[in-house]
Design a protein around this ligand. Structure first.
Ligand code: RTP
Ligand code: MG
Length: 145
């Protein structure tokens, strides 16, 4: 019998301003690595308004859009590419629910997030958005798998 193919996948991650401001980059990275995800690209950037508006363009019409862009540009973030088996779903599982009050015990958002807005991490929601988001932030030679 042929073995079932391993679905190694990449996802895009952001450690949001509430993480860098509180010096929790290493603590969050420890959770990512403990979940079996490999950080194959990483850099610290201070997003411009235009970059944040592009990144969250899908939410442009939402009532929280202005607040979201303000929050994402208020301090540096760490952008990352994570690799692992079913990385997109695996990362969203360790992130926890968008609203930290609803996040499961042991998730990053349950343990670190401040609020629905300042919820510590972003993770891509599908393979297409992961590819788009990675391409917005990393050149191919910055990703070392
Ligand atoms: P993300 O895109 O950052 O990984 O988070 P998500 O999928 O869990 O949540 P999404 O619905 O895509 O919302 C994107 C980000 O917008 C902020 N938000 N604020 N105040 C609010 O009601 C509200 N709702 C969403 C959060 O920072 C959320 O992660
Ligand atoms: Mg989202």
């Amino acid at each position: 019998k042929r073995p079932v193919a391993m679905a190694v996948q990449r996802t895009f991650s952001i450690l949001k301003p509430d993480v860098t401001r509180r010096n929790l980059t290493g603590a969050v990275n420890a959770r990512i690595e403990a979940a079996g995800l490999r950080i194959i690209a990483q850099k610290r950037v201070h997003m411009t308004r235009a970059q944040a508006e592009t990144f969250y363009g899908v939410h442009r019409e939402r009532p929280f859009f202005g607040e979201l862009v303000e929050m994402m540009t208020a301090a540096p973030v760490v952008v990352q590419v994570l690799e692992g088996e079913d990385a997109i779903l695996a990362y969203r599982a360790v992130m926890g629910a968008t609203n930290p009050e609803k996040a499961d015990a042991g998730t990053i958002r349950k343990d670190f997030a401040i609020s629905m807005g300042e919820n510590s991490v972003h993770g891509s929601d599908a393979p297409e958005t992961a590819a788009q988001e990675i391409a917005q932030w990393f050149a191919g030679n910055e990703i070392v798998g």
